[in-house]
Design a protein around this ligand. Sequence first.
Ligand code: GLV
Ligand code: MN
Ligand code: MN
Length: 419
Amino acid sequence: MLIDVPDTALTTFRAMWAELDRIGVHPTGTRRYSWTAEDAALRRWFTAQASARGMEVHTDANGNIRAWWGGRPADGDAGVVTGSHLDSVADGGKWDGPLGVLLGFLAVDALAAAEARGEFVRARPVGVVDYMDEEGTRFGVACLGSKLMSGVLDPEKARALTDADGVSLTEAMRAAGADPDRIGRDDAEITRSGAQVEVHIEQGKQLVGLEAPVGVASAIWPHGRWSFTFDGVADHAGTARLVDRKDAALPFASTVLAARAVAEELDARATFGRFHVEPGGPNVVPARVVALLDARAATDEVLVEMVDRIASAAREAGEGHGVEVTVAKISHAPVVEFDEELRDLHGKLAAEAGEYLPEVPTQAGHDSGILAPVMPTSMLFVRSPHGISHSPLEDAADDDVIAGLRALTRSLAALAGDD
Ligand code: GLV
Ligand code: MN
Ligand code: MN
């Protein structure tokens, strides 16, 4: 039987949304970063939502927090997990992440109502998860919580990561009352999670083009972050002759343009979204520029070629200006193909409901992508009317949100129900 969602779902969604809006939302956008006061407030909100539904809350060693409907599975047992993340990029939108967490709780409401009507029998617990630091805004590495949990990030390296103020992950976790010594691969939590279905706002316009309110993710492009450091020499902005300068900003500027040209040629993406100039004086020739390249491509071969070419362009420009260039890889996530059985399940259930559910790839990174090699994961995307994301302009229509909730609920019913 196809389980529908309660008529009250949209009202509940709006009420939950209004509460979340009080946390870290500024006129310029959403600022929710890991292990901050906002993060603590989000965890309290999450816990209150869970308690209101009689769900058992547990925070794992890596700071990922889960609420279990039906009780937290014992060691060695498996449930089914949904959810996403509550952190944001700097001055981001409100949908990237929270949508999946909210719909996770609302899907539990729908299943509980169906259970009360005798239309659903739960065979295993359903967990709603909020992963720690998905965006990597504070410490520079995206999907920190899932990378640690799956073992692709070395705990020693993670502990040493620092934020813009020089605060390390170790210090930030301790200040928030968490224990950094326990972070790392967590096989027990991987087993307990069983399988994961994450709902996320689509971060592009594919679903708009396909006129579909909801889609299934097929794959994630390989992507990563590289640091580019340009070392020149500080000098007087007035008296230093142009010909004598070693201005670190000049090769950096050339590199930004080169990245755009190479990405265009390879049909890929390259972005320098974070950089700073030292010493940063208005009347001082820049001595140093430290910049982060975010690079994504359809295949790893193209990604490697693109980064190599951007690095060569940076070094060449550096030589031309007497500036030393250092390039270092910060993180890399290989291509992800989401679990075929889960994708087929979403497709089958949509067909039964007479709904169109296209498969679309994405260039955005997600915890479900990081976890795909260690457990079955899939993603459902909700249409974004103008495709803009990582921006306060991020949006979704009510009907599309409910369509996403319906798709999630029926999938969880199939995965957690009596079979
Ligand atoms: C996460 O949103 C990413 O793709 O950077
Ligand atoms: Mn994001
Ligand atoms: Mn996200």
